[in-house]
Write a protein that binds this ligand. Sequence first.
Ligand SMILES: Cc1cc2nc3c(=O)[nH]c(=O)nc-3n(C[C@H](O)[C@H](O)[C@H](O)COP(=O)(O)O)c2cc1C
Length: 303
Amino acid sequence: MADLSVNICGIDFKNPIIPASGVFGYGREYEEFYPLSKLGGIATKGTTGKLRTGNPAPRIAETPSGMLNSVGLQNPGIDAFIEKELPNLLHKDTVILANIAGATAEECAEVAGKLNDTDVHMIELNISCPNVKQGGAAFGTSCQMAEQVTKAVRNATKKPLVVKLSPNVTSITDIAKAVESAGADAVSLINTLLGMRIDIKTRRPVLRNNVGGLSGGAIFPIAVRMVWQVSNAVKIPIIGMGGVSSGEDAIELMLAGASAVQVGMACFTDPYAPIRIINEMNDFLDSQNIDTVREIVGTVQPW
Ligand SMILES: Cc1cc2nc3c(=O)[nH]c(=O)nc-3n(C[C@H](O)[C@H](O)[C@H](O)COP(=O)(O)O)c2cc1C
């Protein structure tokens, strides 16, 4: 058995595999399949200041090797999350990353501040959501907005802060450097890529929201490229994700520079995906006589 444990920002993970935010809810449905303690960690559904109902249906569309979603930030709000969901999760013997978001930097800071009195292990700040004070452009699409929201949340919490980057940008490395200088302890990437499908008979977009986020195997090469570029640009650790569906994919993202890996859409096609991926990583490392997964991080040999 290879040693799969990793440490990110002083937090010990028993293995590097973490179901991604938005595909695992608060773990309740998956708990029927396996003990959540087998997971390295869990990233919870994005939580905002107040309850949000999300976008109108249809909000899911299948695409080749992927899926478009416009679920939006449907969640019960931070107070209900802390009262009803977090206590159960904190008993599961796994690292909990509370994914947070907001319409303004102040809202993000307020949500982070409310988590200070809890035992949640890390905060993952989603900067792909619209900043209402800047005409609805996503925080993560400009260095200035990314820096501003990271600083606001940094000032509100001493918990390890992971800033989750948007891939819908010209230069992901510039945004990564901006959030690093604003006080992020780590970055996670990638969130979904903006896409669109149209029903050719009705001439209506398939999603009621017109556009949505593309996830799944189709985006994996983009995730590998962006993790590699960011790992060459910042010193803080990286949690990689985007289209991972096998242990080999997870190893590839770690070679590109990720210290841990989140698994999103693959959890929908196979609820056991995170467990299978952990086992496949172990099998690969054993087959290569590699003792610890930590030793492969960032060891790609570029031409
Ligand atoms: C239905 C759905 C809901 C999501 N909700 C969130 C969310 O609330 N916060 C967030 O940061 N990312 C959210 N994501 C993005 C995923 O966490 C992940 O970054 C993305 O799907 C890419 O990984 P994958 O290809 O493995 O799914 C969501 C993705 C999906 C498919």
